[in-house]
Ligand binder design. Structure first.
Ligand SMILES: O=C1C[C@@H](O)[C@H](O)[C@@H](O)C1=O
Ligand code: CO
Length: 297
C-alpha cells in the first residue's frame, strides 16, 4: 500500500481537452475540467492549453477546488536546436512552476519526434546517433542544474515516437545523465504501448523516479495501430489509451514497487482519449476508485 502522507494523487487535463489535438474536447471549459477533477477526488493536476496563463488567476481557481499544480510538460529540442533556445523557454517554464508550487518538471525531447506527425508510430521512429546522444544527455544535465537552482527536479518523460521510447533508450539516457540532476518520469502506458516490460524498467530506475503517469492501454487498439501503420495521434483518437483499471495493465505490482521503495511524490492519472466517447468525469471517478482499491490511497 502507498503512504497517504508521501504519495499524492493527480490527474491530467488532457482527458478533458487534448493538448496535442485541441479539437478533442474543445467544448470543455477550464472550470468544468478542474471542478470535475476535484469532484472525482483528485488533489493534483498538470497544466492544459485552456488553463489561465496568469498565475494569480490560475492559483485562485485551483485553490477554490483544493487542487495543486504538480508538473507541466516541457518540450526540449536539444538534438535539433542550439541549447540556449531550449534553455530560454525552460527558465520561464520553471519560474511558472515554482510560482505554482510544483516540485518537478517533466521534459520530453521533441527533436526528431514523430509523436505529432502522421508517420507510422511503430515503424518510423527516429534513432539517434552518438553525437545526438551526447547533445541530449549534456543538455539534460545542464537543464537539470538550472531547474535545481530554482528548487525544481527535472524528470525525463520517455514517450512513444520520441528518441527515448524503448527500455534500451531509457537505460542509455539514465546512464549518461547525472542522477543528481536528471530523474525519470515513469509512464506505464508508453512502455506497455511499445511492448516493453514496464515493471522491469520501473524496478531498474526506481531510485530516480520522481513523477509517475498512470496511463493504461487498450491492447486491441494498439494492435490496430500497429497492423494498419497508424500514427500516434490516430491511435489516441481510436482509444489506444485509457484510465487505470480500464485497460490491460495491472497496476497492483506497480504500486507495490513504489511502496517498497518508499516513493514520495505524485502518481497522476493521464489518459488521453476522445471525451465525447469517454466522459472525463466518469472515467476520472472510475480511475479514482481503482487506485483506492489497488494502492490504498
Ligand atoms: O505526458 C504526456 C503528455 C501528452 O501531451 C502526451 O502526448 C501523452 O501521451 C503523455 O504521456
Ligand atoms: Co505521460
Amino acid at each position: 500500500m502507498l503512504s497517504k502522507e508521501r504519495v499524492h494523487l493527480g490527474i491530467a487535463p488532457i482527458a478533458w481537452t487534448n493538448d496535442d489535438m485541441p479539437d478533442l474536447g474543445a467544448e470543455n471549459t477550464f472550470e468544468q475540467c478542474v471542478s470535475e477533477m476535484a469532484l472525482a477526488g483528485f488533489t493534483g493536476c498538470e497544466v492544459g492549453n485552456k488553463f489561465p496563463k496568469d498565475t494569480v488567476v490560475l492559483k485562485k481557481a485551483l485553490d477554490l477546488r483544493g487542487i495543486q499544480v504538480c508538473n507541466a510538460w516541457y518540450s526540449t529540442f536539444l538534438t535539433t536546436a542550439p541549447y540556449e533556445e531550449t534553455e530560454k523557454g525552460f527558465i520561464q517554464h520553471i519560474r511558472f512552476l515554482k510560482e505554482m508550487g510544483a516540485k518537478v518538471v517533466g521534459v520530453s525531447e521533441q527533436g526528431h519526434s514523430i509523436q505529432g506527425t502522421d508517420k507510422a508510430i511503430f515503424t518510423e521512429k527516429y534513432v539517434m546517433d552518438d553525437r545526438e546522444w551526447e547533445l541530449l544527455c549534456t543538455g539534460l544535465n545542464k537543464l537539470g542544474r538550472v531547474a535545481r537552482e530554482e528548487g525544481i527536479a527535472l524528470t525525463f518523460h520517455h514517450h512513444m515516437g520520441t528518441v527515448v521510447q524503448t527500455a534500451d533508450e531509457i537505460d542509455r539516457m539514465m546512464e549518461n545523465t547525472d542522477p543528481e540532476l536528471v530523474g525519470l518520469l515513469f509512464d506505464s502506458g508508453h512502455l506497455a504501448y511499445c511492448g516493453e516490460d514496464y515493471l522491469v524498467v520501473l524496478k531498474k530506475h526506481i531510485h530516480r523516479v520522481r513523477h509517475v503517469h498512470l496511463k493504461d492501454i487498450r491492447p486491441e487498439m494498439v494492435k490496430k495501430v500497429k497492423d494498419e501503420s497508424l500514427s500516434f495521434l490516430q491511435g489516441v483518437r481510436l482509444g489506444a489509451f485509457t484510465v487505470p483499471g480500464d485497460g490491460s495493465i495491472d497496476f497492483g505490482p506497480i504500486f507495490d514497487v513504489l511502496a517498497e521503495h518508499d516513493y514520495s511524490g505524485y502518481v497522476l492519472v493521464e489518459a488521453e482519449q476522445d471525451p465525447a466517447v469517454a466522459n472525463p468525469l466518469e472515467y476520472a471517478i472510475r480511475a479514482r476508485k481503482y487506485i483506492a482499491e489497488k494502492a490504498g490511497i
